[in-house]
Design a protein around this ligand. Structure first.
Ligand SMILES: [Ca+2]
Ligand SMILES: [Ca+2]
Ligand SMILES: [Ca+2]
Ligand SMILES: [Ca+2]
Length: 432
């Protein structure tokens, strides 16, 4: 009897211990501290799209057909997501630097052509060589036939840029100042390298824009083909810009909006690039990253979405009728600046996305959001689509289901082990 009582205690202890491990199994992608994202807009909901998560700090992604290619920042791997599942086999492996803002930085696709932007190194986490834009062909299985289109400086670990986009067969990439200060940074001395610019890389073209400090976001308006960017300021003024051809964003002389006409008139020192103020600025930096246009399918076709790396917020802006800027209802925001004492409520449509670095509009018309810090792809869908059993907590719903299945399996194993032990004890007692 003593022995059986001890076994019951052992069983309960084992069950308690296994229960305490369950949350660890449930949050296998490493976002234990975060409950996952939530949406504040009633008509939209968010779900976790890839159950396995994406390892190794995913930076950017692009669709090829219905599949998604995702870049792992530090390994130089490109991974394939098909039907919401992460394939275990990488589709490309290159050697990338990992310090600062270097690494696997950008991708854009046109049909089966995939354009990648990365900081090439002599080995993974090795010595940085340069930033490269390389075109690959997607054969449905691997990225093959690399063609080096452009090399760009990586003199410093910061402001390496890497965001890419395309329109009408033209491919664009952005690079920040990368610690260089010459003509293209609106400085007077007659020297430049390929920094602080938006470039057309295929077919190659002149600088599309100059005076860009640091950027992780480019997007094309699907309605009129206009280019937009996000830019990171120093200790003040992150920006969103409508970017016409020959745009000068003003760095290093101007960041954020200015009404100093003398300063504006002193620009540019190089070429005939035209300065204009940002369409929106955050006075206190949030490190905005990706920018993407909303869709009819989501009822958001006059909206622009932006994510960031500092707050985990998903921002939403309403375009003006010309789609050249934004309109705001809040008097706080009608100066086009979120000042430190202004309410951000009008522009925050979701939160809890962690440090997020990419948004893509999928072929289904839904928004896919990549969280670098959480290693997740989330999908924004209509709340009434019927795909969600728990509309306001799909992430928790999915986790609970996982925990219940895991609990059932572990409990069954424990019962089997304890039963075996009990049978052995009984047989031993009978023998003695
Ligand atoms: Ca992308
Ligand atoms: Ca590698
Ligand atoms: Ca600017
Ligand atoms: Ca304001």
């Amino acid at each position: 009897m003593m022995r059986q009582g001890k076994n019951v205690k052992v069983f309960l202890l084992a069950l308690c211990m296994s229960m305490s491990f369950l949350p660890v199994f449930g949050s296998h992608t490493g976002n234990n501290e975060s409950p996952g994202p939530v949406m504040y807009e009633q008509s939209l909901t968010v779900e976790r799209y890839v159950k396995e998560g994406i390892p190794n700090s995913p930076t950017t992604m692009a669709f090829v057909g219905d599949d998604i290619l995702v870049l792992e920042r530090y390994t130089g791997l490109v991974r394939l997501v098909r039907d919401g599942q992460l394939s275990p086999w990488p589709v490309l492996d290159v050697s990338v630097a990992k310090d600062g803002e270097r690494g696997m930085l950008g991708i854009t696709t046109i049909e089966n052509d995939a354009y990648l932007y990365f900081t090439a190194a002599d080995s993974d986490a090795g010595k940085a060589i340069e930033n490269r834009v390389v075109k690959y062909t997607w054969n449905g299985d691997k990225l093959v036939d690399p063609v080096l289109l452009k090399t760009l400086p990586s003199d410093n670990y910061y402001h390496n840029g890497g965001a890419m986009t395309n329109h009408n067969g033209q491919v664009y990439a952005v690079i920040g100042d990368n610690g260089n200060y010459g003509w293209l940074q609106n400085r007077p001395h007659e020297w430049k390298n390929d920094t602080s610019v938006i470039l057309r890389v295929d077919p190659p073209g002149p600088y599309y824009a100059i005076g860009i400090r640091n950027s992780f976001g480019l997007a094309i308006d699907p309605v009129n083909g206009s280019l937009w960017d996000t830019e990171n300021g120093p200790d003040e003024y992150d920006e969103i810009n409508f970017v016409p051809e020959n745009f000068n964003s003003g760095w290093i002389e101007i960041m954020g909006p200015t009404d100093n006409q003398t300063k504006i008139d002193s620009l540019p020192k190089y070429g005939d690039y035209v300065y204009s103020n940002p369409e929106f600025s955050w006075q206190k930096p949030v490190a905005p990253t990706a920018i993407e246009f909303g869709s009819k399918e989501l009822g958001q076709d006059n909206k622009v979405f932006v994510v960031d790396c500092n707050t985990g917020n998903l921002y939403r802006f309403t375009l003006n009728p010309d789609r050249t800027g934004f309109v705001f209802e809040s008097p706080d925001l009608q100066d086009l600046v979120l000042n430190v004492d202004d309410s951000p409520d009008e522009i925050i449509v979701g939160s809890g996305f962690g440090c997020s670095t990419d948004i893509e509009l999928g072929p289904d018309g839904f928004l896919y959001i990549l969280s670098l810090s959480q290693g997740e792809i989330y999908r924004i869908i209509p709340a009434a689509s019927g795909e969600q059993s728990v509309p306001d907590s799909p992430i928790i719903g999915a986790t609970t289901e996982y925990i219940l299945i895991t609990s059932a399996i572990i409990a069954t194993i424990i019962v089997a082990v304890v039963a075996t032990m009990l049978v052995r004890v009984i047989i031993k007692k009978r023998k003695s």
